[in-house]
Design a protein around this ligand. Structure first.
Ligand SMILES: Nc1ncnc2c1ncn2[C@@H]1O[C@H](COP(=O)(O)OP(=O)(O)O)[C@@H](O)[C@H]1O
Ligand SMILES: [Mg+2]
Length: 314
């Protein structure tokens, strides 16, 4: 495998008595969107602050494109685009003026800077509002301007800290689409969130963080399989639900009936889709009319609950 864009290992940070981050390590490859998913206070911001060289760690290390990142390593930090949770823009200037300011800090100037500003404004969908003062922007537009600033210097690694918190649904959608297409174009993306739907939709791979520790890692599918969560199959029937339940019981001994009610039954099984045909067959044999059938895959919420004994939502 090609060496990863980001490699961090054993990252640790202590605030007084509190161990805010405890031995966190993971890798992100080019073109990969990695989600760091965890509740408020889990240690996401502290972890990425060390990754971006904004905060000294108490242990462990970070490499970006094989170069060590520390608070003092300017070159490696120049390969990272950091989009903080709090808006880091001048509110009395327009997006274009803000980007000109940040671009100069990165050493861009002249026509090259103007071209780059136009390009990043287009990426985040702000081209036609670029000269309005930022203070007039919606929360979502401010976030998008912030993302544009993080992209100016063509980073290899883009790090976004909960970019959709407090953002309207339309901007949230635009932000997720932008991040996905940046990864599809080859950028390595580190995305933190406490919204599991977002992580599921956007990220190729996920690390679940809780109380400073990375407690699980993998694709959504792997995470769900590792904790042994099963699919829920919901079957609506017009006739005798108990008779269908008896029919289902005969299909697979592993299958577990959880609800047998008036309108239908619910069963739990791994790889639930394989059971759709036999269940329909069983209904036909017993002359029971099926009104609906649905396979609900276990989600990350279930995984988080299983791993920590608590809900992810606040
Ligand atoms: N500057 C700080 N001083 C003391 N404690 C902090 C500081 N920053 C964060 N913490 C604590 O470290 C833990 C992790 O915080 P943070 O990384 O901000 O979590 P998240 O971004 O996942 O919400 C929390 O318990 C938080 O209160
Ligand atoms: Mg945070």
């Amino acid at each position: 495998m090609a060496s990863p864009v980001l490699a961090c290992e054993g990252l640790t940070k202590r605030y007084g008595e509190r161990l805010a981050v405890d031995g966190v390590g993971f890798h992100i490859g080019a073109g990969e969107c990695y989600g760091l998913l965890g509740p408020n206070g889990a240690g996401k911001t502290t972890t990425i602050s060390m990754i971006c060289g904004l905060l000294d760690s108490d242990g462990g290390g970070v490499r970006v494109e094989d170069e060590p990142v520390t608070v003092r390593s300017l070159r490696a930090k120049g390969r990272i685009g950091y989009v903080p949770q709090d808006i880091a823009l001048y509110l009395d200037l327009g997006a274009r003026e803000n980007l000109r300011f940040f671009g100069r800090l990165y050493g861009l100037k002249g026509a090259a800077l103007d071209e780059r500003i136009d390009a990043v404004l287009a990426i985040v969908g702000l081209s036609d509002r670029a000269d309005e003062r930022i203070e007039r922007y919606s929360g979502g537009m401010k976030r998008r301007a912030n993302i544009a600033a993080g992209l100016l210097h063509r980073p290899a690694l883009l790090v976004l800290d909960e970019p959709t918190v407090g953002v309207d649904p339309q901007s949230r959608h635009a932000i997720l689409e932008t991040v996905r297409s940046l990864a599809d174009d080859g950028m390595a993306v580190l995305y933190t969130t406490h919204y599991m739907e977002e992580a599921e939709r956007l990220c190729d791979r996920l690390g679940i963080i809780d109380e400073g520790r990375l407690i699980a890692e993998g694709t959504r599918r792997e995470l769900v399989a590792n904790v042994g969560q099963r699919d829920r199959i919901r079957i609506g029937v017009a006739g005798d639900a108990a008779a269908l339940a008896a029919g289902c019981r005969a299909i697979d001994p592993e299958l577990e009936l959880v609800v047998v009610g008036d309108g239908g039954i619910e069963v739990l099984a791994t790889a639930g889709r394989r059971l759709l045909a036999p269940i329909i067959q069983a209904a036909e044999t017993a002359a029971i009319e099926i009104t609906g059938i649905e396979v609900i895959e276990p989600d990350l919420e279930a995984v988080f609950l299983h791993l920590t004994g608590k809900a992810l939502r606040d």
